[in-house]
Design a binder for this molecule. Structure first.
Ligand code: CA
Length: 160
């Protein structure tokens, strides 16, 4: 724990986490009462949910503008080729899911999504297949997207 905290003090740092995904690295960002873990691997939203659990984390809730900005920056930092980022096609899977009552809730604690940063005309549940919240790594706006596509993803751990 002391080691992890010392990394946090240094700011943007990475550490290797052994898992089923060979070479998976999480970059840690301390923000508010949580630490966000941004993975450099791309998984479907459902696999991301399970991956976070395997690491004793939960898929991230983005509950403030500050957390939103940090998550967007963490995702953008994964792109070594800026041209690819500017294509605006890459996304970060976060932990909001559309439940049967049509409300989005955070998987970490079941609370209804309150703070949000949806793009214009989103969420639209296009073709009735968009149940998962994604954060665009370039412009930062949110979209409800198809949960089966592989994207970068963010887990979290509460610090209090
Ligand atoms: Ca959508």
């Amino acid at each position: 724990m002391k080691f992890v905290l010392s990394l946090l003090v240094l700011g943007l740092q990475s550490f290797f986490v052994s898992s089923q995904s060979v070479g998976e690295t999480f970059t840690l960002y301390e923000v508010g009462n949580k630490v966000l873990y941004i993975s450099n691997q791309q998984l479907s939203w459902y696999d991301a949910l399970e991956s976070c659990r395997r690491h004793n984390l939960t898929i991230a809730s983005i509950e403030s503008a500050e957390e939103d900005t940090i998550a967007r920056g963490g995702c953008a930092a994964l792109f070594t080729d800026p041209a690819r980022l500017v294509s605006r096609t890459d996304w970060l899977a976060i932990g909001g899911y559309r439940f049967k009552d049509a409300k989005f809730r955070w998987m970490a604690d079941g609370t209804v999504v309150n703070y949000n940063n949806y793009d214009v005309n989103q969420p639209d549940n296009w073709k009735d297949i968009e149940y998962c919240i994604l954060l665009n790594c370039y412009h930062g706006k949110w979209n409800d997207g198809y949960c089966g596509t592989a994207f970068y993803y963010a887990c979290q751990r509460k610090t209090n």
